[in-house]
Write a protein that binds this ligand. Structure first.
Ligand SMILES: Cc1ncc(COP(=O)(O)O)c(C=O)c1O
Length: 415
């Protein structure tokens, strides 16, 4: 055996050759992919499910064995911060679902965007956000990346002229969510990608609310697709995780930095995520059905003012949503007509099935009044700027029976 002691070990730890024992099934249906994609056909001991690996480190039988690994002759695990068998399986499944070459998992959605931005940006770089993006991601850039000399611009969501006007030679990335939270605004991905390409800046879409069932940003040429897997992908309100999907070339340095930052998942957490993903298509079918039926019910109810749901013709970006989404998801925002914040909170409190909690995308329906949840510590001026009304309610449909959820909302509105 020849040894090369100057080998770049970081490169080895992150290299991901295609693995024939992990078929993508990309030519087959979504549920077939959810169940089988990315998994090794033959798992340890013949187990049908992926065993949970708890190891923080992985042993070598001999120095010769170790040398085969460091010289790149053998792909295997080495240390938990660089990956695990559970992680490889779920990352390959997520890449298949997003139609991407690769996906990297993190310990939360926020850890994922932080990992990506820390890899791609340096002092003097600029980044442009549509302003309805998840507020913690904008906060990370404007408050924290600013300390390292990165400049963040925020422009009104969907205003492509303003986005293009904010791009200059230092701009590295443009960012949008689609649909957005809580206003459910869809962003035209063809225009978004065209601006990125024309200006030679990379593009990132937070597709957490859409999920790979309803939207496939990679097919439009988006560079990075970001998911909070805490939501629909995990789907059971029992885990936190996040992912970034994209090309192997773009993600390779991101994976390397994650090995340094260490925001990885335990084998237990990954097992839950993998198990949740098996039923992803089935759950999304019910989330979409519940979302549309409840949005239509709310729009027709006399106590309801405005309803924000991408599947309703009344939504200002409905045409974009209808053109690029397969379904419209389970999140609905509505206002209680002529109600103050207290009357609105009485509707929330009267719901008997949905639970009062932040988050979305799980099997349990959740209800919240943004004023007293995520936006409680904002000033009235900030709430006005973010479009948060005192009488607004956000409803995340679970997978309960449609008629039960509608009957419960009806009694809550009429209580
Ligand atoms: C649209 C969206 N993106 C990203 C995140 C961040 O994900 P996580 O909570 O998993 O860090 C959230 C969390 O609420 C979200 O709603």
């Amino acid at each position: 055996m020849t040894t090369n002691m100057t080998i770049d070990r970081d490169a080895d730890q992150t290299s991901r050759p295609s693995d024939a024992s992990r078929p993508t099934f990309s030519h087959l249906g979504l549920s077939t992919q959810c169940v089988h994609s990315g998994e090794q056909r033959q798992k340890p001991e013949g187990a049908i499910t992926q065993p949970i690996f708890t190891a923080s480190t992985y042993t070598f039988a001999s120095t010769a064995d170790l040398l085969r690994f460091v010289e790149g002759e053998e792909q295997r695990e080495e240390y938990g911060r660089y990956g695990s068998p559970n992680e490889k399986s779920v990352e390959a499944k997520l890449a298949a679902l997003d139609g991407a070459e690769d996906a990297i998992l993190y310990s939360s959605g926020m850890a994922a965007i932080v990992g990506l931005l820390m890899t791609k940006l340096q002092s003097g770089d600029e980044i442009v956000f549509f302003d309805q993006c998840y507020h913690r991601s904008r906060e990370f850039c404007s408050k924290h990346l600013a300390r390292f000399g990165v400049v963040t611009h925020q422009v009104p969501t969907g205003d492509f002229a303003a986005m293009e006007a904010s791009i200059n030679d230092r701009t590295k990335l443009i960012v949008s969510e689609s649909p957005t939270n809580p206003h459910l605004t869809s962003v035209d991905l063809e225009k978004f990608v065209a601006i990125g390409k024309a200006n030679e800046v990379e593009t990132l879409i937070d597709a957490t609310l859409a999920t790979p069932y309803n939207l496939r940003p990679i097919d439009y040429g988006v560079d990075y697709v970001w998911h909070s897997a805490t939501k629909y992908l995990g789907g059971h309100n029992d885990l936190l995780a996040g992912s970034i999907a994209g090309s192997r070339e773009l993600l390779d340095p991101v994976r390397k930095l994650r090995g340094v930052l260490g925001s990885v998942n335990s084998g237990h957490n990954l097992y839950l995520l993998e198990r949740g993903l098996k039923t992803f298509e089935l759950r999304m079918e019910r989330h979409n059905k519940n979302g549309l039926a409840i949005a239509e019910f709310l729009e027709a109810h006399p106590r309801v003012g405005r309803v924000y749901y991408p599947g309703l013709k009344s939504h200002p970006s409905h045409e974009i949503a209808a053109a690029q989404m397969r379904g419209f998801g389970g999140l609905i925002t509505f206002t209680v007509k002529d109600a103050d914040w207290k009357e609105t909170s009485r509707v929330v409190d009267a719901a008997q099935i949905a639970r009062i909690a932040p988050s979305l995308g799980g099997v349990e329906s959740l209800i919240e009044q943004p004023l007293v949840m995520s936006y409680y510590h904002c000033s009235p001026e900030e709430r006005k700027q973010f479009g948060i009304d005192d009488n607004m309610i956000r409803f995340s449909c679970g997978i309960e029976n449609t008629d039960d959820l509608i009957a419960d909302l009806k009694q809550a509105l009429e209580a």
